[in-house]
Design a protein. Sequence first.
Length: 302
Amino acid sequence: MAVLLESSYGKNLVKFLKVKRDATNPKKQEVIEATCCVLLEGAFDESYTNANNASIVPTDTVKNTILVEAKLSDVWPIERFAAHLGQHFVNKYSHVTAVNVWIEQQRWVKYDVNGKPHDHSFIHQSGETKNVYLHYFRNGKYDLQTSIKGLTVLKSTGSMFYGYNVCDYTTLKPTKDRILSTDVDATWYWDSKKLGPITNIERLANAGLFDNGYDAARKVTLDLFALENSPSVQATMYNMSAKILELVPEVEKVQYSLPNKHYMGIDLSFKGIRENNEVFYPAAHPSGLIKSTVGREVKAKF
Ligand SMILES: O=c1[nH]c(=O)c2[nH]c(=O)[nH]c2[nH]1
């Protein structure tokens, strides 16, 4: 006898671009381009186990809801829209017990024309996205995470790696000057106890919490990447995480997943060239992959 252990369903890859016009100057605009996935959990078991569709809110309706609510509600910042969608589905359908919302936001950035950001022309910084995940439960609990993904960086010096474990399998040479490159995948977990009920997210968004958190996490990542003489990816990602926790008290923990994208020296000795620390070969594979989650120390209560 089979038993349904878990289920969720909804619509994936629902895309929109929304334009926001300045109240006093309608040619001055902002845009958000987003790709959404909303999956519902709840009393849907009979649709799987008994071919009874009565409980199913069609995925087509889920798609319509995302687009209608994108028109009717404020989607800046995108955390606000995730919270709005989560509440909408729980409030509208009494048999929905939880909602998963993933939103990927493209990075459209105004570019300078005549020395200042143009009012409505943007560059797509493709590759990099801002991602939000919300898991909202009918009992009011929620998990909210924001991420930067696909931010590719490289530094041509200011990175070292030595002092590591050496054994009979080791061929790597220690270095005090190497290229360091990665695709940043950084996630910060909002502390829902500090944020309060999900209805607070509207107010916190108005107060700039999510924009400030995003700006801080992005700036810390880029600044430390550039400024540290990195002893390892491990040490640098830990320092980035600790700094974000210091700057954004509403963040509970920070997770990084960083590939170490190798640039290999090329042996040009056949041409009598002994020193070649200038021309490198970008290795397609393999890459290192280093992950960490950094939280706050819990102080013992006496
Ligand atoms: O920063 C690094 N961390 C490692 O764990 C590692 N391993 C390796 O071969 N190179 C590197 N670099």
